[in-house]
Design a protein around this ligand. Sequence first.
Ligand SMILES: *Cc1c(COP(=O)(O)O)cnc(C)c1O
Length: 339
Amino acid sequence: MKVDLRSDTFTKPSPEMRAFMLNAEVGDDVFGEDPTINELENKICKLFGTEAAMFTPTATMSNQIALKILTNPLDEIICDRTAHIYNYEVGGYAFHSGCSIRYLEGERGVFTADSVSKNINAEDVHKTITKLVSIENTSNRGGGKIFPLTEIENIKKVCDKNQLYLQLDGSRLFNALVETKENASVYGNLFDTITLCFSKGLGCAFGSVLTGKNIHLKKARRIRKVFGGGMRQAGIMAAGCIYALDNNIDRLRQDHQLAKYIEQQLMLCNFVSEILPVETNILIFKLHDNINDISFIEHLAQNDIHAFAIGDNWVRFVTHLDITADMAEHTRTVLAKMN
Ligand SMILES: *Cc1c(COP(=O)(O)O)cnc(C)c1O
């Protein structure tokens, strides 16, 4: 039994998902003729109440397309210091869009409308033009923290008042929605564009959708093409995403329950100094100074549990589709023995 808690990206397409993909009807999507991709895009529009949607291979590409269509070179993007678009997309905001980043010091990835207001550049020939605010929900480096809807609504007001666009990196948005039970259309209404990701807890091999207003998505198709993301019979992949939407969303709650179950054990462990309270499927905790994170990870690995040390003696566990209750039980047992 290999317990892979490194990331929800390690999930593998299930036999049922693969069988569903095998039977997908396909066509040339660059010509808009792939019925399965069209079905996926329509399904997302219906769910989010949005005008348009576009399939891309990765959430990174969806994010990068969103930044490109919502900004001009010499503009500035506001996001949290921990944001994926700032830390893990190879500086694409500068490379593709010629933008700078103003990062905010949020709390576990969550920042306030007030801090956005205070970081909008005044009209000044020395300065970049603040153009876009990007929110990540749930926050990956914030330990799966949910961005509260009321704060998003306040940020939207600041954006409207200052003519800023609002983009959502919703790579784990469904993890937030199953917890808050909010309607996806509320999000479709608040954001100019939303990035969704199917290769995390939803269990697909890859795939992402960018959804939003017609005017943005029309530009987005052109940018996807220049990024080399115009795909042909990719309905085989989109079928996996349709399968995931129909079968793998509600079950995200089980991942959250298992993360909380492991958290309860960690609370009893004397080698743990701090835990970021679990809200969804990510569990981040800090080891006491007298414990070495690398030896801790090695000890877990000897017991078939795999996790990442994320720096400064912090460790991350992520639960997902391929983590069973038995595996969570095994993890608790191993942790308890280390105490
Ligand atoms: C994983 C992730 C992405 C990128 O997803 P890919 O599909 O692997 O490119 C973007 N944003 C966040 C918050 C993520 O966790």
